[in-house]
Design a protein around this ligand. Structure first.
Ligand code: GDP
Length: 663
């Protein structure tokens, strides 16, 4: 497992190395310098101790402050409202901070740093615990298909550039619903709709666009089975089309392209396909594997074919669910209705939901009072694979939250409370997660060897320059993959941050601003955003992170030479060589080679090192000592022993990722 050097640990903590060395000394670890490396367990223990000390200091500071406050209160109280003391003056004095704000702030800062470190030290556990432990529940049931299983409809999300016709397509599809024949009868959207063809049903998520798509994914709830990318035939591939493509690719969801507005006189289907080709999306008719369907959402043209193609792709996916299984659903949206209370649209992943069931959903819970199908019609139960509106939750929940049924209200309440507590803890730890990724790797969990990047730049030129450098680096290093998940020109948006969250990526902004939405999202989703003005800074920073991710290399260094003066036969040990260390030192357990007349006689471990009958760890020149090894006995006076020790060498990156390279 990789170790971390004291100075870099101290650096992360915002401490001086000496402070850390002091704590290590308190733990009984002496003889360390700022350059020494400690293992993750030791680092973690040191951090724990530091946290304790900081908390203690904080408690003491608080107690002192309170004591002072009480004193001042006693002094000031009688003055209030009395003649001679202006009200204003009293307010001022009393409202003023009663204790040393700097100290308070400093401690808070330190504690925050320490929490980060602690979290980092526990990275391994965090990995295993999973930050989004419910994501598996949100997934389709897999594994052995029970007899009671039924086929379920695919879930489709429509993505694409603004004004390319996402909303129009969804409206048009709702009207095509042939089975119900009630088109126009939908009074209220619940956030998802079902479209039935003669053969089958398809569920469409009503909130189009990649923000919603990726927001769900960022929470670990990947509900979309198929993405429909809509491209207007008169406009071609636009910035948000590219974004959508990257979001879909990052999610690993199959994509069908709908080229829309083919009714327009200036529609150019071939040009749109050419655009797609440039984005490495090759239409089937050109030998690729992407289904492209020309449509007019407005004129209801090509919609049947689009639905057929969706069903064709879905067929391969063999989507099923078990009505008899325990109920699991994913929230698509949730809101409050003044007369009905909390509404939540849930996509049922497995099992069946009925009125009267007691459900738990993140920090919320409740008894299901009403259920409504996608048209707003009341139903008593709902089958798996379908969307349903649930009325009865205690409070609104976030999209992507998992809903489950529980036995009784007691269990529901206690699980909701637990979730609330977890949430609070996560928020406390949350700040740490932001900068954690690199640390996590430095602590050598060894689990992550990927650096995912969402890149935003001011101009294409710089985007390409940075990307090219990153690609070079990734190629040169077998151990690490750098993936630019998404690269585009423009400010860092909320959707960029969500994509980063969903892809466990960091956001690199190059001479761009952060939208306020992005800032908020970064905080909520614990995503690291790094901003740069100069290319080399960006490259330098990333290369530093990469170095943290590389496995350490060990190099053998010559540490000393000794000469055999005489030999002794020692029972049970064999032959011991009496030596004098001429240069450097001999260390127990290191590798030695025994040379005679320039020829190597032995190469192996130094298993016994003694001085005056005592086992010792090290013997320095010009002292004398006894040397023995388990595998070599044929010592002769005059033999030379060379000793070598493995030392960890500081890793550096191949050239091409240095300051001079990018600028
Ligand atoms: P969104 O932003 O992607 O949801 O796009 P909208 O569905 O709101 O459509 C944007 C505009 O394009 C609206 O004025 C639509 O009427 C129009 N539009 C959508 N589909 C078509 C189409 O197939 N043909 C034509 N001519 N216009 C369309």
């Amino acid at each position: 497992m990789a170790k971390i050097r004291i100075f870099s640990l101290a650096n992360k903590l915002g401490l001086r190395s000496e402070a850390l060395i002091k704590v290590l000394a308190e733990m009984g670890i002496e003889d360390v310098t700022a350059a020494s490396a400690v293992d993750p367990d030791t680092a973690s223990a040191a951090v724990e101790l530091l946290v304790e000390q900081a908390q203690q200091a904080r408690r003491e500071a608080q107690a002192a402050a309170e004591a002072q406050a009480t004193q001042e209160e006693a002094r000031v109280e009688p003055a209030k409202g009395q003649p001679g003391v202006a009200e204003e003056e009293w307010e001022e004095e009393f409202a003023a901070p009663v204790h040393d704000a700097d100290l308070e702030e400093g401690l808070a800062e330190l504690e925050r740093h320490l929490a980060e470190l602690q979290a980092a030290a526990e990275a391994e556990h965090t990995e295993i615990k999973e930050i989004k432990p419910l994501s598996e529940l949100a997934a389709r049931p897999s594994g052995e298909r029970p007899d009671s299983a039924v086929e379920v409809p695919p879930v489709v999300t429509v993505l694409g550039h603004v004004d390319h016709g996402k909303t129009t397509l969804l409206d048009a599809l709702r009207q095509t619903d042939v089975v119900s024949g009630e088109s126009g009868g939908i009074t209220q959207h619940i956030g998802a709709s079902e479209v039935s063809t003669d053969a089958k049903t398809i569920v469409f998520i009503d909130t189009p666009g990649h923000e919603a798509f990726t927001a769900m994914r960022a929470r670990g709830a990947q509900v979309t089975d198929i993405a429909v990318l809509i491209v207007a035939a008169d406009d071609g591939v636009m910035p948000q089309t590219v974004e959508a493509i990257n979001h879909i690719k990052a999610a690993g969801v199959p994509m069908i392209v709908a080229i829309n507005k083919i009714d327009l006189p200036n529609a150019d289907i071939e040009a749109a396909k050419q655009d797609l080709l440039q984005r490495e999306i090759v239409p089937e008719e050109w030998g690729g594997d992407t289904i492209v369907v020309p449509i007019s959402a407005l004129q209801h043209e090509g919609l049947d074919e689009l639905l057929d193609m969706i069903l064709l792709v879905a067929e391969v996916q063999e989507l099923w669910a078990d009505p008899d299984a325990e109920f699991v659903g994913v929230v698509i949206e949730s809101s409050v209705d003044p007369s009905e209370g909390t509404l939540a649209t849930v996509l049922i992943r497995n099992g069946t939901l009925s009125v009267g069931d007691i459900v738990i959903c993140g920090t919320s819970w409740g008894r299901v009072r009403h259920l409504r199908d996608w048209r707003g019609k009341s139903v008593k139960t709902m089958q798996p694979g379908r969307p349903v509106e649930v009325i009865g939750l205690e409070h609104v929940v976030e999209a992507g939250e998992i809903m489950e049924t529980v036995q009784n209200t007691k269990e529901a309440r206690s699980r909701a409370e637990q979730a609330q507590q977890d949430e609070r803890e996560r928020q406390l730890m949350g700040q740490a997660e932001v900068q954690l990724r690199h640390l996590q790797q430095q602590f050598g969990s060894g689990l992550v060897k990927e650096l995912n990047i969402v890149l935003k730049s001011d101009v294409w030129g710089s985007a390409q320059a940075v990307e090219a450098n990153l690609r070079n680096l990734s190629e040169e290093l077998d151990e690490i993959d750098i993936n630019v998940v998404h690269s585009s020109v423009g400010d860092v948006t909320e959707s960029d941050v969500l994509l980063a969250a969903a892809s466990e990526a960091i956001v690199m902004g190059f001479r761009v601003e952060l939208s306020s939405g992005a800032r908020r999202a970064a905080q909520d989703e614990h995503v690291e955003i790094r901003s740069y003005d100069v290319i080399y800074e960006a490259l330098d920073d990333i290369s530093q992170a990469m170095v943290g991710m590389l496995d350490p290399i060990y190099e053998e260094q010559f540490i000393g030479e000794a000469e055999v003066l005489q030999t002794f036969a020692v029972s049970r040990v064999g032959t011991v060589a009496g030596c004098r260390v001429n240069d450097g030192r001999l260390v127990h357990g290191v590798r030695i080679e025994v040379m005679r007349d320039g020829e190597q006689l032995f190469d192996g471990e130094l298993t016994s090192l003694r001085r005056f009958e005592n086992d010792v760890a090290t013997v320095e020149a010009p002292q004398e000592c006894g040397v023995a090894t388990a595998d070599f006995n044929d010592w002769e006076p005059g033999d030379i022993i060379n000793a070598y020790q493995k030392v960890e060498v500081e890793r550096s990156l191949p050239k091409g990722m240095t300051k001079s390279a990018g600028s």
